[in-house]
Design a protein around this ligand. Structure first.
Ligand code: ATP
Length: 484
C-alpha cells in the first residue's frame, strides 16, 4: 500500500506527450457546414427532431441512412474496443441512476458552465463561446466584471449582457407518481458513472485482472446553453466511453498509450490524418476529476474542436464512490498482495460527433464530364449500404429477377439495396452521394454470359465478374479495405 501511495505523485505528472499541432491549418474537408446539413436532410441521414411541430432545439433524428452510418460507427468502435481486445468487456447501464451518484461524482455541484443573458432578447450564451472570450480561464469566465471589461455584447442583437453566473447542465425528471423534491432523478450527463458503480460487479464476474477496461455506448443528456453546429453540440446525444482500471503507478504510461491508439481508430476508418490533432488541457482548464486531459480534435468547418477526450482521472471516481456508498471498491493485486483503489484512464468519444466527422471528412466534389459528382468516400465498414444492385433495363423481368436474386443473396451478409427508379447514370450518382462503395449492374448480356458489372465508387472503374462470384468479390473488397 505504501508503495502505491508513494508512486501516486509521480504517476500523475508524466511529461506531456508530443502534441502534434499541424504546421499549417489543413482547412476543413467541407467549407460550409450547410453542405452537410442539406445532404443529410435530402438523402435521409439526419432530420430535425419533431419537425412537423417546428422542431425542438438541439435534438436531431437519424433517418434510414443516418441510423445505418451511426450503428456502423458504434459497431466499429465496439470492435476495436471490446471484440479485438481481451482486456475490455462491455456494459449497458441504465440512463437513470440513484441521485446520490451525481452528488458523489461532483456533477450536482460542479457540472456547470458560466452563462450570460442578453437583457434585450433574453437569449443565453456560454461565456467561453462569445467572440473575444474564447481563451479565458475558469476564474475570468466567472468574474462579475468580465462583460464590462471586455465590452462583451449579445452576438445576435448587440444588446447588453448580464454578469456571468453558473448554470447546471443536468436535466431532471421525477421518478414515480409524485412530483416532489424527493422524487427528482437526473438524466445521466455521461455514461461513465454507470461503469464506476458497476466496477465491483463486472470485475468479480468477469474475473479480470488489472489493467482492464469496461466499455459502454449510450445516451447522455446535457442542457447545453449554446447548442449548435448541427449534431456537434446537442442536448440529447450518445457517448462511446471506455474506463480502463489500472495500478496508480501505471496510469501515466497507460494514458500515453491510449492517445495514439484512439487517434489511429479515426484514421483506420478514413479520417484525414492532418485534420486530427491532440490538444492538452491547461491546468486551469482541467475538469474537477482530471489529473491530465488531452482531447483528440478534428478540423471541423467551424474550427478545431473536441472529438474525444482522454483523461487520467486518478482515484477520484472509485475513491469517492467507495467513501459515499460505504462499499469497499479496492482491488486486491494477487501479484504484489496489495489492496488499493484503481486509477482510471478514460477514453470518451461522441456517438454523434464521430459519425458527423466521418460524414464531413468523406465528402468529395469533383468535375466529371462537365458535371459535379458528389460522393462520400466512407470506409466500406461505415457506409450505410454496401452494395446497390441496379438493372440496366427494368422492362426485362428476367433482369429484374436476377437483380433481386443477387441482392437477396448479399443481404444475408450486408446491407444491399435494389433501385430502378432512374437511368443508370443517375442511379450511380445517387449511390455515390450516399457513400455506397459498390454497384452491381445487370444488363441484357448478363442473361446469356452469366456475368455482371461491378463498379467502384471512388475510382468509378468497372469490372465484369461471374454472377456466382459476386458475393465473394464483394467480401474480398471488404477485406482489402480493412487491411489498408
Ligand atoms: P465540450 O468541450 O465540447 O463541451 P466536453 O469536454 O464537455 O465537450 P466530455 O464531457 O469530455 O465533453 O464528453 C466526451 C465526449 O462526448 C465529447 O468528446 C463529445 O464527443 C461528446 N459530447 C459531449 N457533449 C456533447 C454534446 N452536447 N453533443 C454531442 N456530443 C457531445
Amino acid at each position: 500500500m505504501t508503495d502505491i501511495l508513494e508512486q501516486r505523485q509521480a504517476a500523475s505528472t508524466s511529461a506531456p506527450p508530443a502534441t502534434d499541432q499541424p504546421a499549417e491549418d489543413p482547412g476543413p474537408a467541407v467549407q460550409n457546414l450547410e453542405t452537410i446539413v442539406s445532404l443529410s436532410k435530402r438523402r435521409g441521414f439526419i432530420f430535425p427532431s419533431s419537425e412537423i411541430y417546428g422542431g425542438i432545439n438541439a435534438v436531431w433524428d437519424y433517418g434510414p441512412l443516418g441510423v445505418e452510418l451511426k450503428n456502423n460507427v458504434k459497431r466499429a468502435w465496439w470492435r476495436a474496443m471490446v471484440q479485438e481486445r481481451d482486456d475490455i468487456v462491455g456494459l449497458d447501464a441504465g440512463i437513470l441512476m440513484a441521485p446520490q451518484v451525481w452528488v458523489t461524482s461532483g456533477h450536482v455541484a460542479e457540472f456547470s458552465d458560466p452563462m450570460v443573458e442578453c437583457t434585450i432578447d433574453h437569449k443565453r450564451f456560454r461565456v467561453d463561446e462569445l467572440p473575444g472570450a474564447e481563451d479565458l480561464g475558469p476564474k475570468e469566465l466567472l468574474d462579475p466584471g468580465i462583460v464590462d471589461r471586455l465590452g462583451l455584447k449579445c452576438p445576435i442583437d448587440g444588446g447588453p449582457l448580464t454578469p456571468p453566473r453558473q448554470f447546471n447542465l443536468m436535466l431532471k425528471t421525477y421518478l414515480g407518481p409524485v412530483e416532489e423534491a424527493a422524487a427528482v432523478v437526473y438524466l445521466r450527463p455521461e455514461t461513465a458513472q454507470g461503469i464506476y458503480v458497476n466496477f465491483k460487479n463486472v470485475q468479480s464476474t468477469s474475473r479480470k485482472k488489472l489493467p482492464f477496461g469496461i466499455a459502454q455506448i449510450g445516451k447522455a443528456f446535457r442542457n447545453e446553453i449554446s447548442p449548435g453546429n448541427f449534431v456537434f453540440r446537442m442536448r440529447e446525444f450518445e457517448q462511446m466511453e471506455m474506463q480502463y482500471f489500472v495500478r496508480p503507478d501505471a496510469a501515466a504510461r497507460i494514458f500515453d498509450e491510449w492517445l495514439p491508439r484512439r487517434r489511429a481508430w479515426y484514421e483506420r476508418y478514413g479520417v484525414t490524418p492532418s485534420r486530427l490533432r491532440f490538444r492538452e488541457h491547461r491546468p486551469d482548464e482541467l475538469a474537477h476529476y482530471a489529473k491530465k486531459a488531452i482531447d483528440v480534435e478534428y478540423r471541423f468547418p467551424f474550427g478545431w474542436k473536441e472529438l474525444e477526450g482522454i483523461h487520467n482521472r486518478g482515484d477520484f471516481d472509485l475513491g469517492n464512490h467507495a467513501r459515499a456508498s460505504g462499499e469497499n471498491l479496492e482491488y486486491f493485486d494477487p501479484a504484489t498482495e496489495e489492496h488499493f483503489i484503481p486509477w482510471i484512464v478514460e477514453t470518451s468519444a461522441g456517438g454523434d460527433r464521430a459519425p458527423f466527422t466521418f460524414l464531413i471528412d468523406a465528402y468529395r466534389e469533383e468535375e466529371v464530364k462537365g458535371e459535379t459528382r458528389v460522393s462520400l468516400a466512407l470506409h466500406p465498414d461505415l457506409a450505410p449500404y454496401k452494395v446497390a444492385v441496379l438493372p440496366l433495363l427494368k422492362k426485362r423481368p428476367e433482369i429484374v429477377e436476377l437483380c433481386h436474386r443477387i441482392k437477396d443473396d448479399l443481404k444475408t451478409e450486408m446491407m444491399a439495396v435494389y433501385d430502378d427508379t432512374a437511368s443508370i447514370g443517375k442511379l450511380y450518382r445517387r449511390q455515390d452521394e450516399i457513400g455506397t462503395p459498390w454497384c452491381i449492374t445487370i444488363d441484357v448480356d448478363s442473361l446469356s454470359d452469366r456475368a455482371v458489372t461491378i463498379r467502384d465508387r471512388d475510382s468509378m472503374t468497372q469490372e465484369r465478374i461471374p454472377v456466382e462470384g459476386v458475393k465473394r468479390a464483394i467480401l474480398d473488397r471488404f477485406e482489402a479495405a480493412r487491411a489498408r
